[in-house]
Design a binder for this molecule. Structure first.
Ligand SMILES: *[C@@H]1O[C@H](CO)[C@@H](O)[C@H](O)[C@H]1NC(C)=O
Ligand SMILES: *[C@@H]1O[C@H](CO)[C@@H](O)[C@H](O)[C@H]1NC(C)=O
Ligand SMILES: *[C@@H]1O[C@H](CO)[C@@H](O)[C@H](O)[C@H]1NC(C)=O
Ligand SMILES: *[C@@H]1O[C@H](CO)[C@@H](O)[C@H](O)[C@H]1NC(C)=O
Ligand SMILES: *[C@@H]1O[C@H](CO)[C@@H](O)[C@H](O)[C@H]1NC(C)=O
Ligand SMILES: *[C@@H]1O[C@H](CO)[C@@H](O)[C@H](O)[C@H]1NC(C)=O
Length: 480
């Protein structure tokens, strides 16, 4: 039996920020309006700890998802424009930003310097909405202040009077761009008010997109580009056909991106079959969390060493070149995740590669036990999938991703229910585990949409994490 000597963090995990615009081809006679940006990678100190904080309450609520997410986009707010880098989070629904006069931002280390902050009184288009903005986290951190509105620009698309929060009190150095269901806005859950139009919804209202739906392409762990398209899909970024599944309601309410996992296989061997398990698609989670028995079977097959104090497992780094895949079936399709996407680099606090007792290099395995918490398909799964989140129709469409796609063919997602080139999965299995059953389960409703267009945000990943590591900028945390 191997034991580990680890004091480590993951260097290979990415988060993205918008870096540059890219050209999107015209579609038909009326060119859709397309927002296009790219991203850079940044290291996350201690992602296992991060994920734990997100998961501690058992279910992932909007307010829990705001502390740290993995994907960054550049945006500007106000007149004249103030630049910010925002965490892009499918798991929450509010946009909020820091203000430089908060106690946090005024700290000597200038923690808000990287992501930027917003001064309301420096903007001629700022308008006050109310004082009930308040997000808090399970670990006791949070942000609170005012809801305001101002001009918001992302990748060249400008929205007037977009509502967002200002964290006059904040313990998170980066603002969050939550793009989930409006019903998860803290104004609804906390203040009991009606939902406002958050970014993806506001794009529809302003006629920038036809439907409240967007596509997320995270791309390869080692890759340099990824993208999000609001109101569009890029048919060059996936293989085969997009297959459309109903989002599973929780207690009758569509509020999270839950779909039904029916089978898991590893290297062609069944790990679990005939499942009806709700799993949450969460780009804000670094790892994938599955039921303990499934995870144990997987660990046995890949010789993973589980560290109960870390809540995660270590594998020989050489597993990355194993040609077996871990396959996830959702009635249909089946998404295959290669070992290279599941084996994550670790670096000790001394900057060394950690090793097992026998000297073999140790890496972090991308799947961990869910215990009594939510089953989550995090980035270690999502990078291998092209995912269309159709909030208007309560549907998810999935296909195997095409890593490092170099061509682009953006199609607008029109009003109504159909997706260009996608197939609705017949007899898809409804979840019986992992959700609180209710009348809304599997019942897709058709939203009212108007106008047309595609807003796209392209993301490029840089080697920022590695740069940070070699520059010694990151504070190394200990896996515990
Ligand atoms: C995103 O913002 C950061 C900080 O201002 C900047 O360094 C980076 O170049 C920006 N990317 C683009 C393409 O604007
Ligand atoms: C803007 O300035 C006014 C007048 O100085 C002040 O009362 C108000 O609190 C400021 N608003 C914000 C959001 O800082
Ligand atoms: C925000 O909500 C938390 C939890 O309900 C509460 O403790 C805190 O006082 C609130 N903050 C503000 C500024 O209202
Ligand atoms: C994608 O590109 C990156 C960076 O060039 C490379 O390391 C990686 O192997 C590529 N992935 C695939 C699947 O080709
Ligand atoms: C890949 O890993 C699986 C599971 O550990 C193992 O059965 C298989 O022999 C490995 N294949 C190669 C080519 O090493
Ligand atoms: C779906 O919603 C419609 C309209 O509210 C209702 O008539 C129907 O019974 C629902 N179906 C299911 C499966 O809940």
């Amino acid at each position: 039996m191997k034991t580990t000597e680890l004091c480590a963090l993951v260097a290979g995990l990415a988060y993205f920020e918008v870096a540059h615009a890219r050209n999107i081809p015209n579609i038909g006679q009326t060119a859709p309006k397309v927002v296009s940006l790219s991203t850079q990678r940044k290291g996350i100190p201690n992602p296992v700890h991060r994920d734990r904080l997100r998961r501690r309450a058992g279910s992932v609520e909007a307010s829990l998802d705001n502390q740290e997410t993995l994907y960054f986009v550049n945006a500007t707010i106000g007149t004249p424009a103030q630049s910010l880098r925002l965490h892009l989070d499918t798991g929450s629904s509010d946009l909020w930003v820091n203000t430089p006069s908060s106690t946090l931002c005024e700290e000597r280390s200038q923690p808000c310097g990287y992501a930027g902050s917003y001064v309301a009184n420096s903007s001629s288009t700022y308008e006050y909405v109310g004082d009930w903005f308040n997000i808090s986290y399970v670990d006791g951190s949070g942000a609170s202040g005012d809801y305001v509105s101002d001009t918001f620009t992302i990748g060249g698309t400008t929205l007037d009077r977009l509502q967002f929060g200002i964290g006059y009190t904040s313990t998170s150095a980066q603002g969050i761009l939550g793009i989930g269901y409006p019903v998860n806005e803290v104004q609804v859950g906390r203040a009991g008010k009606d939902a406002y139009d958050n970014l993806p919804k506001a794009m529809v209202t302003a006629g920038k997109t036809a439907r409240n739906a967007y596509s997320l392409w995270l791309n390869d762990l080692d890759a340099s580009t990824g993208s999000i398209l609001f109101g569009g899909i890029d048919t060059e970024q996936y293989m085969g056909t997009l297959q459309t599944l109903p989002i599973q309601a929780n207690a009758g309410v569509f509020s999270e991106f839950l779909i039904t996992l029916t089978a898991v296989d590893l290297g062609g061997q069944s790990i679990a079959k005939n499942q009806a398990l709700a799993v949450l698609l969460d780009s804000g989670s670094s790892l994938t969390y599955l039921p303990n028995d499934m995870v144990q079977t997987i660990y046995d097959q890949v010789s993973a060493e589980y560290d109960s104090s870390a809540g995660a497992a270590y594998v020989p780094c050489s597993l990355a070149s194993n040609t077996s895949t871990l396959d996830f079936t959702f009635t249909s399709p089946k998404i295959s995740v290669t070992m290279g996407e599941l084996v994550l680099d670790l670096v000790t606090s001394g900057g060394r590669q950690p090793t097992f007792n026998d000297g073999e290099a140790a890496c972090l395995f991308g799947v961990a036990p869910a215990g009594s918490g939510t089953n989550v398909l995090g980035d270690t799964f999502l990078r291998s999938a092209y995912v269309v989140y159709d909030i208007d129709n309560n549907q998810i469409s999935l296909a195997q991703t095409k890593f490092n796609a170099t061509t682009s063919n953006v199609k607008e997602i029109p009003t109504g229910t159909s997706l260009p080139g996608a197939t609705v999965v017949s007899n898809s299995v409804a979840a019986t585990e992992g959700v609180i059953s209710g009348s809304g389960n599997g019942n897709a409703s058709v939203g009212n949409t108007k106008s047309s267009g595609v807003a796209s945000v392209a993301m490029s990943v840089s080697t920022y994490a590695l740069a940070l590591l070699s520059a010694g900028v990151t504070t190394y945390a200990t896996l515990y």
